[in-house]
Design a protein around this ligand. Structure first.
Ligand SMILES: Cc1ncc(C[n+]2csc(CCOP(=O)(O)OP(=O)(O)O)c2C)c(N)n1
Length: 648
């Protein structure tokens, strides 16, 4: 390390960084960037965003006394250089791996991670909270929120700025503007900012006015007021930050976020002079220093372990789809349905490629809307569309839809509007970890009146559920949840859609000793578990529940009457989830039989990061885990190795 990274190898914490003279910092930036590229191209992870903020991260730790001064990073995916400079560079190769460091900011990981992040637009609110606590406790430290232009499309950021403007606490917000969200940012304010680097002009002007004010002080208030008016007037002509000024911030920028001496100069100036909310607007380039990432910032926002991903194209027409991602199956089916009904529209909240709606937009550019990182708005916007007879499909990751809980209830369900929720990344998502696991949706949406909630067992069923939701369902909100990655590999022909009766489960396998009642991805595991159980002389029925709401109560009645043991299986929180619903139904009526009902899912805790397979094993949601649970419940506690290959 010492040879390749002579400066970086000496940096063990920000104090070491602060000992370097300014003229060595550009060299340090080069080394940090190189270390990031070397490591992440090998192990995978978020790539472009960190590369874009190397200088900004160095400058912030250089000027502010971290950890006494608090840096609050928004979203957290750009925190890799911050991790490198705060004692975690040797852990970077473990990032996002099971047992390794998180890909986001995490308080339990480091005292420098002041506020946990993963979901966007939280930093200004959190920073204001920290600044308020500081003032109440009469402490003295700086609080800096660092937020991207993408995260600035989230409503929470504006709620926070409004409140900052009102409270007028000493707080710095750094707007890291690279004109990219994951996709090109859909930020109306982008047009508002000039590309001119006006800082120096404004900075000079203000210094001159300040100097003049001091000299003219003896001549009284009127002259000072006049000068302040001139400063304001000039600023409004040549600075693009009037919006922030109107919200009560003092605005500086935009300045080049890769120019370390200039960054340090302005940060020091702000640190030494501010006494109220300040917004510093820096412009950076996503992916800086890695040519492919500079050219294709969306594709290289995050990368896998091996080569950077290529943009795969969607093909409609071949009948066998093994290996296709759920998100692409969804997009392909949506394209087919949109061809037949022009009322169908689709909405993404800044995730066009993640949801594959970019592929839908290639066919229907006027009927796919990217609303920015604004899930709450996306849902109410969809509700508005639905009132006019459109059929909106909100394609939002399960964990991000948590942001829109009230909008789902108040704007969609209460008015019984036909809004379709396509909840991608349901269940455990893998390396992104607890901020991104989609494990709360079953419990959260099940409680909402008028809601229909379903989960497909495979790709073909996803198509049929989408068809059912859009074409067959008559009114009311309807949601389907599907996992990250590929399905088990089912096949179909184009145009091949089947309606699924709402609330009807499907018996996949009969058996006498136990009924495995699974929903979504775990159905495949339950089928494999049944094969394992067969080897242990246990005969298991497998039922694909399909609906968490409404439940197939007729089938449940039969199961309750027939099986001594029923195991419900879901890749979501147990509390309030699908199995919980089965229990509620069981206890709602007097019954002559008393089967043992075991609810299997995620216990009352947050699940860390790891591969989906590792987490399925940890959570006992894979075939081996399910088989083991059944045997234990039947008091036949045979040893079953944890790998699911034991069905051999
Ligand atoms: C609530 C929420 N919705 C969506 C995402 C997915 N997401 C992660 S990073 C990102 C783009 C962030 O853009 P920006 O804030 O400009 O940061 P940059 O990557 O450009 O540095 C998005 C949409 C998220 N993290 N949180």
């Amino acid at each position: 390390m010492q040879e390749q990274f002579p400066l970086l190898s000496r940096i063990h914490d920000p104090d070491d960084l602060r000992k370097l003279p300014i003229d060595q910092l550009p060299q340090l930036a080069t080394e940090v960037r190189q270390y990031l590229i070397d490591t992440i191209t090998k192990v995978g992870g978020h790539f472009g965003s960190g590369l874009g903020v190397v200088e900004l991260t160095i400058a912030l730790h250089y000027v502010f006394q971290t950890p006494k001064d608090k840096l609050v990073w928004d979203t957290g995916h750009q925190g890799y250089p911050h991790k490198i400079l705060t004692g975690r560079k040797h852990l970077l190769p473990t990032i996002r791996k099971k047992g390794g460091i998180s890909g986001f900011l995490k308080r339990s990981e480091s005292i420098y991670d002041v506020f946990g992040a993963g979901h966007a637009s939280t930093s200004i609110s959190a920073a204001l909270g920290i600044a308020t606590a500081r003032d109440l406790m009469k402490k003295d430290f700086h609080v800096v929120a660092i937020i991207g232009d993408g995260a600035m499309t989230g409503g929470l950021a504006y709620e926070a700025m409004n409140n900052c403007g009102l409270q007028q606490r000493k707080l710095l917000v750094v707007l890291n503007d690279n004109q990219m969200s994951i996709a090109p940012n859909v930020w109306a304010l982008a047009n508002y900012f000039t590309e001119l680097d006006t800082t120096r002009i404004v900075f000079k002007l203000r210094q001159n006015i300040q100097r003049l004010s001091e000299q003219l002080e003896p001549f009284g208030d009127r002259i000072l007021k006049l000068l302040q008016r001139i400063e304001g007037g000039v600023k409004s002509i040549i600075t693009p930050g009037m919006l922030f000024e109107a919200l009560g911030f003092k605005y500086y920028g935009p300045i080049n976020g890769h120019h370390l001496p200039r960054l340090i100069k302005i940060l020091r100036f702000i640190r030494d002079t501010y006494d109220r909310p300040v917004l510093l607007h820096v412009t950076t380039q996503k992916g800086k220093g890695y040519e492919a990432a500079e050219k294709h910032p969306e594709a290289l926002h995050a990368i896998g372990k091996s080569a950077p991903p290529s943009q795969d194209k969607i093909e409609i027409g071949s009948s066998h789809r093994k290996g296709k991602k759920y998100q692409d199956v969804f997009a392909e089916a949506l394209i087919e349905l949109m061809r037949h009904n022009e009322k169908i529209v689709a909405i993404t909240a800044a995730m066009p490629s993640g949801t594959s709606l970019d592929k839908v937009a290639a066919h229907f550019p006027d009927r796919v809307f990217d609303v920015g990182i604004a899930e709450a708005h996306a849902v109410t916007y969809a509700a508005g569309l639905a009132t006019e007879g459109m059929i909106p499909v909100c394609a939002i990751y399960s964990s991000f839809l948590q942001r829109a809980f009230d909008q789902i209830i108040h704007d969609c369900a209460l008015q019984n509007l036909h809004v379709v929720f396509a909840m991608d990344r349901a269940g455990v998502v893998g390396a992104d970890g607890p901020t991104h696991h989609g494990v709360f949706d079953l419990a959260a949406l099940r409680v909402i009146p008028n809601m229909v909630l379903m989960a497909p067992k495979d790709e073909r069923e996803l198509r049929n559920m989408l068809y059912t939701a859009i074409v067959e369902h008559r009114g009311g909100p309807i949601a389907l949840r599907y996992p990250r990655g590929q399905g088990p590999g089912s096949s179909w022909d184009p145009g091949d859609f089947e309606s699924i009766p709402i609330g009807r489960a499907e018996i996949l396998r009969t058996g006498g000793d136990v009924a495995l009642l699974a929903i979504g991805k775990p159905v495949t595991e339950a089928l494999a578990a049944a094969s394992i159980l067969e080897q242990h002389d246990v005969s298991a029925a497998v039922i694909n529940a399909r609906f968490a709401k409404p439940l197939d109560t007729a089938l449940l009645d039969q199961l309750f009457d027939t099986y001594p043991l029923i195991v419900t299986i879901e890749d979501g929180q147990k509390i309030g989830g699908f199995g919980s619903g089965v229990l509620e139904y069981f206890h709602a009526y007097p019954r002559s039989t008393a089967p043992h009902i075991v609810v299997h899912g995620i216990e009352d805790r947050f699940v860390s990061h790891g591969t989906q397979e590792e987490l399925y094993e940890e959570l006992q949601l894979n075939a081996a885990g399910i088989a083991r649970l059944v045997l234990e419940s039947l008091h036949l506690g045979t040893q079953i190795p944890s790998s699911s290959s034991l069905d051999s």
